[in-house]
Design a protein around this ligand. Structure first.
Ligand SMILES: Cc1cc2nc3c(=O)[nH]c(=O)nc-3n(C[C@H](O)[C@H](O)[C@H](O)COP(=O)(O)OP(=O)(O)OC[C@H]3O[C@@H](n4cnc5c(N)ncnc54)[C@H](O)[C@@H]3O)c2cc1C
Length: 389
């Protein structure tokens, strides 16, 4: 394993050929299949399942999955590029792609045995199946280690009872990776990961959330009532579930940083263009220093977020521990997405407050980034623990 300094020295700042290809492919695809429909999905809170099948055909639903399991076999640089480009158009689509790729599929990829990988990865990588990942519960979000959903051993089976909430693709997902308690509360080695397929008796989706933003990304409860799951559906060892989840989140947070980056860039692009077109006092508003300084700050913060995000992605590719770096990237990029999209609305003035212009959607979508996969406060906890140890 390389040292951190070596890893930093070897960062490539130029996009590789695959990143350029992905970037162009998503721009073309987005213009044809996302932009024309995205406000409709947003208004109606429709999760466009068919679009995800199309993203699967493009290889975007198994970006990190090796080709032997039907994936694209790319690394984190390509993955980050894909999420950022999609989110530059529509954050909801970026969020759902991230949850499918790095949470559900990523957990199976990291911790499943060969037989389990062959069973689930090809279906997920092709988007024949949509994946969900259940850690959060109604009473335990940041404090996920205190979860109450239990899995009690019964011969070769485990019987699950409890509920998860805020689960992306909880209803439309064909399979869910779920972490449940198999021991005492307070013991971080008393939770276990189960893969549960849709249609399993005692497993159903509950209420769908009506959200501020990210409205085309479906978020629902998962409910378990005497749900029997065979022990062959356990990922890794009994008791390792929570520790696995934290490792999955190390990678997942890089994807939320990329999601934030895309939203910030999309909001900036729109605000920049508008500032040149909109005239007040017989001049474009970009000629006012009050506006051009805003644009300068937005552009600088986006660049800084980009560096943190690609640095974390590069380190992840190199097999280095990224707990601190992914938390830093996620924390900073998500706060930048909120600041940049807020300023974008301001630059659009009254029109920024309407649905005729893109600023308000970026503003609504951005806020999720400071909450999902660990709030900004929890990222600061992770970062401070890491630098104080
Ligand atoms: C759209 C959406 C999609 C999601 N998708 C998924 C998914 O697919 N799978 C999944 O498992 N979860 C998912 N989540 C859940 C998400 O990860 C949690 O909402 C998040 O971790 C916060 O948990 P909470 O909502 O319970 O807030 P809480 O933990 O109740 O936090 C409330 C407030 O208290 C603060 N706080 C809590 N603890 C501390 C502390 N120790 N120090 C300082 N401040 C603290 C928080 O920062 C926050 O400001 C999703 C959430 C949303 C909104």
């Amino acid at each position: 394993m390389e040292t951190y300094t070596e890893a930093l020295q070897s960062i490539e700042f130029e996009m590789n050929e695959n990143q350029l290809m992905i970037s162009k492919m998503i721009k073309d695809f987005g213009d044809r299949h996302i932009r024309p429909k995205m406000m409709e999905w947003d208004e109606s809170q429709e999760f466009p399942v068919q679009l995800f099948k199309q993203l699967g055909e493009l290889g975007l639903m198994g970006v990190l999955v090796p080709q032997e399991y039907g994936g694209s076999g790319f690394g984190y640089l390509e993955y980050v590029t894909a999420i950022a480009e999609l989110s530059r158009i529509d954050g909801s689509i970026g969020l759902s792609m991230a949850a499918h790729n790095s949470l559900c599929t990523g957990h199976i990829l990291q911790f499943a045995n060969a037989e389990q990988k062959s069973k689930w990865l090809p279906k997920l990588a092709s988007a024949e199946w949509i994946g969900a990942w259940g850690l959060t519960e109604p009473n335990t979000g940041s404090d996920a280690g205190n979860m109450r959903t239990v899995a009690v051993k019964d011969g070769d089976y485990y019987i699950l009872n409890g509920a998860k909430n805020f689960i992306t693709h909880g209803k439309s997902g064909n399979v869910a990776v779920v972490i449940a308690r198999t021991g005492e509360i307070g013991d971080s080695h008393a939770m276990t990961t189960f893969v549960i397929e849709k249609g399993t008796a005692g497993f159903k989706a509950g209420r769908k959330e009506n959200k501020l933003g990210m409205r085309a990304s479906e978020t629902t409860e998962l409910i378990f009532t005497d749900c029997r799951v065979h022990k062959d559906n356990i990922l890794g060892k009994v008791g390792d579930g929570f520790v696995q989840a934290l490792k999955v989140l190390d990678g997942g947070r890089i994807s939320i940083a990329a999601l934030s980056l895309g939203i910030a860039q999309g909001a900036f692009d729109a605000a920049l263009a508008y500032s040149k077109e909109r005239h007040q006092f017989n001049q474009p508003i970009s000629s006012f220093q009050g506006i051009s300084f805003k644009l300068a700050e937005m552009a600088t913060e986006i660049e800084a977020a980009k560096l943190l995000t690609y640095r974390a992605a590069d380190m992840k590719n190199k097999g280095l521990n990224v707990t601190k770096e992914s938390a830093m990237a996620k924390y900073y990029a998500s706060e930048v997405a909120v600041r940049v999209s807020t300023e974008a609305v301001q630059i659009f003035g009254g029109y920024g407050y309407t649905k005729d212009y893109p600023a308000e959607k970026f503003y609504r979508d951005a806020k999720l980034c400071t909450i999902g996969e660990g709030t900004s406060e929890i990222q600061k906890l992770v970062i401070s623990r890491s630098i104080l140890k």
